[in-house]
Design a binder for this molecule. Structure first.
Ligand code: NI
Length: 395
């Protein structure tokens, strides 16, 4: 069983920090900062952690915070991660705690992640004597912007000696009260690419005197989809999306070049490694065939989020025990990406979702939307899951 030791009751302790967690979340929401610029956020988190006592607190990078809660008895080390960055979006909600920073908004719920981890740290810091081993709280910067804060923190040593790592993402398309858990592959690797198709510009009335970069680039776009539909095992998941197609200035000018960019999402590491070669063969073939040339750049992004079976099972059991069978939602993988994967390269871990949507109250806007919102009851659910899971994992 999880749960409540005769000497303390985690649910009661979590209830005592409920209003703090909401207040922290609203403060952070009102003062969002962009990736790699979370200076005030990190300072706020640092000072809040200091006020709890009992922890070793440090700043591994300029805009991140690490707190170590080391119990009196030796044991395992559990890391819990929250990301803290906001997005370049002008908030359009009417909350009194809406963003006071024009053009910047917590539109993905990272304010909630930070507040939940602060609440967890507050409760656990008061239970220091009960901790067997260590709980390490990672307040990470820059999840939204490649190369991401996670890898930087791993390199700074925050995962040294960690046995397991867990993290939550709130989800507005999952109803509050539900907890989403996925075994194995959960999120894809989000790679990016840039292609320049170089033709020869000229008058639109005399196409034979040009090398039409628009017509050629259009064929490149079409043929890239053949990698997905014809060159890849249908059982393997793969997305190739061309998301930008830029060229030309007027109706009567054939432009000399076209710029394309987009993303490739996959789960299988060897398929992923083969993608730059597969794409370049097509780009080269088509541009050669039409007397054009090209430039091609492929950048590997975050790695796949792959949840460890044993740790995922602990979370699944915790959800069942604390919230009952109905709360548990086994999730399908998504082609979204997350730099939580950087921690999972070091230690087995699980990333899971806490529902924060509420259809009746109209809290249904997608993440990264100017009206994005969360049902704040999700925060308490997240704190309780972190608390119960911590004791189960360290037991
Ligand atoms: Ni996010």
């Amino acid at each position: 069983m999880a749960v409540n030791n005769p000497t303390f009751n985690l649910d009661h302790l979590a209830n005592e920090v409920k209003s703090d967690v909401i207040a922290w979340r609203r403060h952070l929401h009102q003062h969002p900062e962009l990736s790699f610029q979370e200076e005030k956020t990190a300072q706020y988190v640092y000072e809040t952690l200091v006020s709890f006592g009992n922890m070793e607190i440090s700043r591994p990078t300029k805009t991140s915070v690490l707190a170590r809660l080391i119990g009196p008895n030796e044991g395992r080390v559990l890391a819990i991660r929250a990301d803290m960055d906001a997005l370049p979006i002008q908030e359009e909600t009417s909350y009194e705690f809406a963003s006071a920073n024009p053009g910047v908004m917590h539109a993905c719920g990272h304010d909630g992640h930070t507040a939940m981890l602060l609440g967890t740290a507050k409760v656990l810091s008061g239970l220091k004597e009960e901790i067997k081993g260590e709980v390490r709280f990672i307040f990470q910067h820059a999840e939204e912007l490649f190369p991401g804060g996670a890898q930087e923190l791993v390199e700074a040593g925050v995962m040294d000696g960690v046995d397991n790592v867990i993290g939550i993402h709130l989800l507005s398309h999952l109803e509050v009260g539900k907890v989403g858990v996925a075994y194995g592959p959960m999120m894809a690797s989000p790679d990016t690419f840039h292609i320049t198709v170089k033709g020869k510009g000229g008058h639109a009335a005399y196409p034979h005197q040009t090398v039409d970069s628009i017509a050629i680039a259009a064929q490149v776009v079409t043929n890239l989809q053949h990698i997905v539909s014809r060159n890849t095992d249908p059982i393997d998941n793969l997305v190739v999306s061309v998301t930008q197609f830029a060229g030309g200035t007027a109706h009567n000018i054939i432009p000399g070049s076209v710029e394309l960019c987009g993303t490739v999402r996959s789960f299988d590491p060897s398929l992923r490694q083969s993608m730059p070669g597969k794409m370049e063969r097509i780009i080269k073939g088509i541009t050669d065939a039409h007397d054009a040339s090209y430039e091609f750049r492929y950048e590997f992004g975050y790695r796949q989020v792959i949840n460890d079976h044993e740790v995922t099972k602990v979370i699944e059991e915790t959800v069942r025990e604390v919230y009952g069978e109905d709360a548990l939602q086994l999730m399908r993988p998504t082609m979204g990406g997350e730099d939580f994967s950087a921690y999972q390269q070091v230690s087995p871990g699980v990333f899971f979702n806490v529902g924060a949507g509420n259809v009746e109250e109209g809290i249904t806007y997608p993440h990264h939307h100017s009206h994005f919102a969360i049902d704040e009851r999700a925060l308490d659910i997240g704190v309780k899951l972190f608390l119960h899971a911590s004791f189960k994992i360290l037991k």
